[in-house]
Write a protein that binds this ligand. Structure first.
Ligand code: UD1
Length: 352
């Protein structure tokens, strides 16, 4: 039984579901918690990624961390008590991940964590709490990179339960790269910077968000900025009266997977605080500037195109100048980011 809930879960689960379909001895079902529910945060990904309709939709919606996590737990418990699976597979680090893992393990059901072992070492991030706790109570650990294996072993996880399978999100990217689709954006220019920001640390404080926007406004005099806005960020921009941006900053609604992939592929540089985008740009070898002090995906900075800029907007300006003047960081693609991670997981599950 796969559990998905928030946007970044969908592209991680899709290749695993597809691969398991080739193993007739494995039956599978899909639960959508409803953590994300807007059509452009959820349904469009099901359509574009060719995912099956969820067997269960818990429809929990938004709320405080406690309320959202608790709602998922209560409703998910009803599902697994009525139809207990042999194994629950959870993905990534969102609230749906820890909520489902906690319920399953207490119901005596084994838990597999896909994208296990990543650590930012920053416990002010809700996702870090979700990662650490999910890994404490999981039975099988599917990891994308060697650093994740090391983190888990340091925390006492039995090496026999750790399976380095590679990066499931990159499976989806490789599969759909040839279908990437140019989005219609009025006034788009050939050269542009692609920006996404949604972390509480960047968008929940008016001063920080204001500084970031001022920097983007300044840069937009030199190169166009395309900024698809996450619903959390949109709310903050309105609340802090910051929606008035320069003419060359295009604020748009969130895009579907295929359109966003096209934008990443064609951007001069991507500025983000997302985890997944650090990985996708590394695969695509597009320069990525990450507006965070740390990353749970250090391999993207060690060997990929990612540079951790922190919250220093002066540094952001300088790094963008570097890229625009031909001095972008060159990167390599990590081992096992080869489009076959889902297949490896399915083979392991069939064996187990
Ligand atoms: C969640 C994940 C984060 C992930 C991000 C990707 C947690 C703790 N955080 O953050 O790790 O990077 O998803 O998008 O699980 N909203 C809508 N429509 C939606 C969904 C959300 O309007 O379909 C708005 C609501 O106002 C909500 C807010 O966005 O309160 C935040 O949503 P939530 O799921 O709580 O967290 P994200 O910031 O999306």
């Amino acid at each position: 039984m796969h559990i998905v809930g928030a946007r970044p879960n969908f592209m991680k689960a899709a290749p695993v579901i597809e691969a398991i379909n080739n193993f007739p001895q494995l039956n599978q079902s899909l639960v959508h918690t409803g953590q994300h529910y807007d059509a452009n945060m959820s349904q469009i990904f099901f359509d574009q990624l060719g995912m099956p309709r969820p067997d269960y939709n818990l429809e929990v919606g938004s709320g405080s961390h406690a309320r959202q996590t608790a709602d998922i737990m209560v409703h998910f418990e009803e599902v697994i008590l009525a139809n207990p699976p042999a194994l629950v597979l959870v993905y990534g680090d969102v609230n749906s991940t820890i909520a489902a893992a906690l319920v399953a393990t207490k119901a005596g059901i084994r838990v597999g964590h896909v994208e296990a072992g990543l650590r930012s070492w920053d416990r002010t991030m809700p996702e870090e709490i979700n990662r650490v706790l999910t890994d404490q109570i999981s039975d099988y650990f599917f990891t994308p990179s060697g650093d994740a294996d090391e983190n888990l072993q340091r925390e006492g996880v039995d090496a026999k339960k750790i399976f380095r399978v590679g990066n499931v999100m990159i499976d989806t990217l490789i599969k759909l790269l040839s279908k990437a689709r140019e989005p219609e954006i009025a006034g788009r220019q050939d050269r542009f910077i692609l920006v996404t920001l949604h972390r509480p640390s960047n968008v929940d404080d008016p001063e920080t968000l204001g500084r970031l926007l001022a920097t983007l406004n300044r840069i937009s005099k030199e190169i166009q900025v395309i900024f698809p806005i996450h619903p959390r960020t949109r709310r903050r921009l309105e609340q802090f009266n910051l929606s008035d941006v320069g003419a060359n900053v295009l604020l748009t609604d969130p895009f579907g997977y295929l359109e966003f992939l096209w934008l990443q592929q064609h951007a001069s540089v991507v500025v983000t605080d997302s985890g997944g985008i650090q990985e996708e740009t590394t695969y695509l070898q597009i320069p990525c500037l990450t507006m965070r002090e740390n990353t749970e995906r250090p391999i993207t900075a060690e060997i990929g195109t990612n540079i951790l800029v922190g919250t220093d907007t002066a540094r952001l300006g300088k790094e963008i100048e570097n890229v625009l003047h031909g001095c972008a960081k060159k990167g390599a693609v990590p081992e096992l980011w080869d489009g076959k991670a889902g297949q490896r997981i399915a083979e392991i599950l069939a064996r187990l």
